[in-house]
Design a protein around this ligand. Structure first.
Ligand SMILES: CC(=O)N[C@H]1[C@@H](OP(=O)(O)OP(=O)(O)OC[C@H]2O[C@@H](n3ccc(=O)[nH]c3=O)[C@H](O)[C@@H]2O)O[C@H](CO)[C@@H](O)[C@@H]1O
Ligand SMILES: C=C(OP(=O)(O)O)C(=O)O
Length: 419
């Protein structure tokens, strides 16, 4: 079993280049299913999740080729199956994002129920309500969801009870080839939604309002594959920003888009971290003692839930008491017990965690319980006294491109070992 072994105490210095966004590339790969001709995606991060969704597409008869240099070629001109099996869907919930494009393109999709995961039950009711509003018939049985629209989808007005990222994306993709107009009210506003809409519009779709409170989609008959460059990963960028702050380092986060990181930047400044923004990236300088800050996760443009665990790791060594409130997922505190093993002082009270800063963390055996929990353990390990060994790193591989190389390049003492 592979582990990350970290010797804490090194100050991080230098430049780290941020890769393409996991949460943008996954829906965009799913959307490539709508193209009658090949797409060439650039700045595709080297991630386990990208390999998993590529396998899902291959299973559908699509030709997916990793061209190297972060370029992925996808030819969806022929789709021979509309079924995604449990073995692949269970590895990555985002596989469910192929349902919208398959329904639109083939009028049929059968996908294994994704099930819950470490951070919550994660239902898909909003996706299904959206498809039904567009005229699809949904059947659930034997662990699968089957959606059918043999005569095509019809545009509709859809109000989302919660601005779900995945539901917004799945509905946009389905509606882009429906007959007539679809209006999505209360959609998610994340930058990854805008990236998906930009790619689809290049393919010939007619989507307006992505990133605002109302998205309008005029269905078109045909979409063509296109060349497209994925936006930088704001969560990867935020993670390295916290690493720089915690190690009292001086790191330039190349490619980071400050517009996408406003709450993270605001909270780091409040914690006494110096942030210098420019057009190509963000410089982060840890200026002495980190101060406690309260955070509350919210849909974009609020504080991202995908940065909550990393901020919790930072709070463990801050001066004072921080309150971390998680409102997006009901069970996203799995990292708390692992941080406590390293000496952190944290109490969970309902959907909040109260973190009393301690003078130091001490290295020990811990595990990544999910992707961002894993990132939090790595961050804690970077400042802990002695050796930290992080297990279950397949979670981390889902979402951090070249983590060990990037951290070593900044002066961290971290290695991947096979035990
Ligand atoms: C691949 C990807 O982009 N993943 C991101 C996406 O996940 P994902 O798209 O799964 O997240 P959602 O925005 O859909 O989920 C947010 C909340 O809505 C609930 N919900 C969602 C759909 C639904 O049909 N019914 C329902 O109740 C979920 O259980 C959760 O509590 O957005 C999350 C919230 O920013 C991020 O943490 C994930 O990194
Ligand atoms: C929760 C996350 O991703 P996913 O939705 O792919 O599980 C994440 O990126 O932190």
């Amino acid at each position: 079993m592979e582990k990350l072994v970290i010797h804490g105490g090194n100050r991080l210095e230098g430049t780290v280049k941020i890769s393409g966004a996991k949460n943008a590339v996954l829906p965009i790969i799913a959307a490539s299913l709508l193209g009658q001709s090949p797409s060439l995606l650039e700045e595709v991060p080297d991630l386990e999740d990208v390999r998993t969704i590529s396998k899902v597409l291959c299973q559908l008869g699509v030709n997916v080729v990793n061209k190297g240099n972060d370029v992925l070629y996808i030819d969806s001109s022929k789709i021979t199956s509309c079924e995604a099996p449990y073995e692949l869907v269970r590895k990555m919930r985002a596989s469910f994002l192929i349902m919208g494009p398959l329904l639109a393109r083939c009028g049929h999709a059968k996908i294994s129920l994704p099930g819950g995961c470490a951070i919550g039950t994660r239902p898909i009711d909003l996706h299904l309500k959206g498809f039904e509003a567009l005229g699809a018939e949904i059947e659930i049985g034997h662990g699968y969801i089957e959606a059918k629209a043999p005569n095509g989808l019809m545009g509709a007005k859809i109000y989302l009870d919660f601005p779900s990222v995945g539901a917004t994306e799945n509905i946009i993709m389905a509606a882009s080839m429906a007959k007539g107009q679809t209006i999505i009210e209360n959609p998610a506003h994340e930058p990854e939604i805008i990236d998906l809409a930009n790619y689809l519009n290049m393919m010939g779709a007619n989507i307006r309002g992505a990133g605002t409170n109302v998205i309008k989609i005029e269905g078109v008959e045909r979409l063509e594959g296109k060349n497209y460059t994925i936006i930088p990963d704001r969560i990867e960028a935020g993670t390295y920003m916290v690493a720089a702050a915690m190690t009292k380092g001086d790191v330039y986060i190349e490619n980071a888009i400050s517009e996408h990181l406003k709450p993270v930047i605001a909270k780091l400044k409040e914690a006494n971290v110096e942030i210098i923004e420019d057009i190509n990236g963000i410089r982060v300088r840890g200026n002495g003692q980190i101060k406690a800050v309260d955070i509350k996760t919210l849909p974009y443009p609020g504080f991202p839930t995908d940065m909550q665990a990393q901020f919790m790791a930072m709070s463990t060594i801050a001066e004072g008491t921080s309150v971390v409130s998680e409102t997006v997922f009901e069970n996203r505190f799995m990292h708390v017990d692992e941080l406590k093993r390293m000496g952190a002082n944290i109490k969970i009270e309902g959907r909040s965690a109260v973190v009393e800063g301690v003078a130091k963390l001490t290295g020990c055996e811990v595990k990544a319980t999910d992707l961002r929990a894993g990132a939090a353990m790595v961050l804690a390990g970077l400042v802990a006294e002695g050796e930290t060994r992080v297990g279950c790193i397949h979670h981390i591989d889902r979402g951090y491109d070249g983590l060990v190389n990037k951290l070593c390049g900044l002066g961290a003492d971290i290695a991947r070992v096979d035990e």
